[in-house]
Design a protein around this ligand. Sequence first.
Ligand SMILES: [Mn+2]
Length: 316
Amino acid sequence: MLFNTYEPWKFAFSSESSDLDEIDVDVEFNKSRSWGIIGVPFDSTCSYHHGSRYGPTIIREASFGFEQYNVAFDKLLDAEFYDFGDLNIIHGNCAKTADLLKECVNELVGANIKPIIIGGEHSISIGPIKALADNEESGDLSDITIIHLDAHRDIIDEYMGEKDSHATIMRRVYDLNPKELIQIGIRSFSNEEKEFIDSKDNITTFLAKDLNSIDEDNNAYYELVDTLADIEGKIYITIDMDVIDPVYAPSVGNPTFGGLSPEDVEIIFETLHNSFVEDKIDVLGFDVVEVASNKLGDSTAILAAKFIHDFLTLFG
Ligand SMILES: [Mn+2]
């Protein structure tokens, strides 16, 4: 692959330093605005379009196409953040890779640096989420709201006999007892998943078809904004890039039509940012997964880089 950037292994505008021993963040973890990027080039359980192992590389490369001034939010990306490179993953082993990632994120937490994880397939999200649970007094997610953007619920207990898979990730998260799980942009799930969701009262769903409805009497979009604005306390955000319509983001593991637009994610971020500046929420971590491309200039990779750039602009 030919790179046209000066330092393709680090996200654009990241700090020079990526040695944890040299970084001194003197703010408690929950309130810290220092972020650390870890790439996880892992795609073992992919069931359709493989290649998300190239996500971290191609997303970082795409990040160099952005300006520091972020027009969408009229704000400069002036956050101090670090890019620690890629995790040494174990191909073919979800559980061991997740454990290694958890250890790495625990080190970041110990240094008061919050994780931004670039996937990789969605199964890797369990690494940072487990690390955050471990660092809670309760040892679980009972104080943490999980905001999950995805075309799929990913909440089946086993997929093809496997407990750890890109298709079961939110079930493994749910096993950790989240305060609330908010699923946004959903448009594909099994009957078993539907029955599971219907039996739980702390899972809120915003179907893509309701968010995309042009029916003036359908207020799903306003409901979404109200729901997000009402969140208090700690949150974690996971974005499966297939939440976005394949018109914008075709290079994902399981493309599904009828998705959200990039501007929808801007509105979601901006709504959360309003609560963030009021100290109503603490954003503990963020991941962007399932970009499956090794092609320079891939639109899905550019969009994923934009989401990370937007996130750092608002929460850094
Ligand atoms: Mn998905």
